[in-house]
Design a binder for this molecule. Structure first.
Ligand SMILES: *[C@@H]1O[C@H](CO)[C@@H](O)[C@H](O)[C@H]1NC(C)=O
Length: 188
């Protein structure tokens, strides 16, 4: 009896050791170095990089899209995932109205934060959305999709309202303490 128990526990320890090898490890969390809004109503005006992220869509009126650029370290990560968190604080530094549902796209080149505008900005690449961000008021948003990390270079994304869900405004002051807004997690 005693020896068979020992055998079982040895087997269990060995079985558990295998998956822990392949469990994804969070290597780094990046903050965007560029938050560049582009605005349909001022299509040739560059707004530069901001501390505040803004995305607006109202049918027949205004659209504000946001280009977020990350400087990605060469740290051996393989999979990158966007994250979006809006903590409750005494002085909430964010506003969400409407659906709070966004799509994000990869881009064919890094944003030029000095010159790019609504009319002149990087093309989406690929054309289809890489995933969706459902903003949660006071919590971690639900983000679908993950992207291979491009190590040692820039990774830029365009964030826009998911239009079938109607009007939305998402605006936040990007902060590290407490983490507020858009970040990118790097996993290996
Ligand atoms: C978001 O998720 C992180 C990691 O699980 C957690 O530490 C943090 O408290 C969460 N933030 C909010 C506002 O829920």
């Amino acid at each position: 009896m005693k020896s068979s128990f020992t055998l079982v526990s040895l087997f269990t320890a060995a079985a558990l050791a295998v998956p822990s090898h392949t469990t994804p490890q969070l290597i780094d969390t990046l903050f965007p170095h560029y938050l560049v809004p582009v605005k349909s109503l001022q299509p040739d005006t560059p707004f530069g990089t901001q501390h505040t992220g803004t995305i607006i869509w109202e049918r027949g009126n205004e659209e504000v899209a946001l280009i977020a650029g990350f400087d990605v370290p060469d740290n051996g990560a393989t999979t990158c995932c966007l994250n979006f968190v809006l903590p409750w604080t005494s002085s909430n530094s964010w506003i969400v109205t409407g659906s709070g549902i966004l799509n994000y796209y990869g881009l064919s080149r890094p944003v030029d934060h000095v010159h790019d505008t609504w009319n002149h900005r990087p093309e989406r690449f690929p054309q289809y959305s890489l995933g969706q961000i459902e903003v949660i008021r006071g919590g971690n948003g639900t983000v679908t999709g993950s992207i291979p990390c491009h190590l040692g270079t820039r990774m830029d994304f365009e964030l826009v309202a998911f239009k079938p869900y109607g009007y939305t405004t998402v605006s936040w002051y990007e902060l590290d303490i407490p983490v507020t807004g858009l970040t990118m997690q790097m996993w290996a």
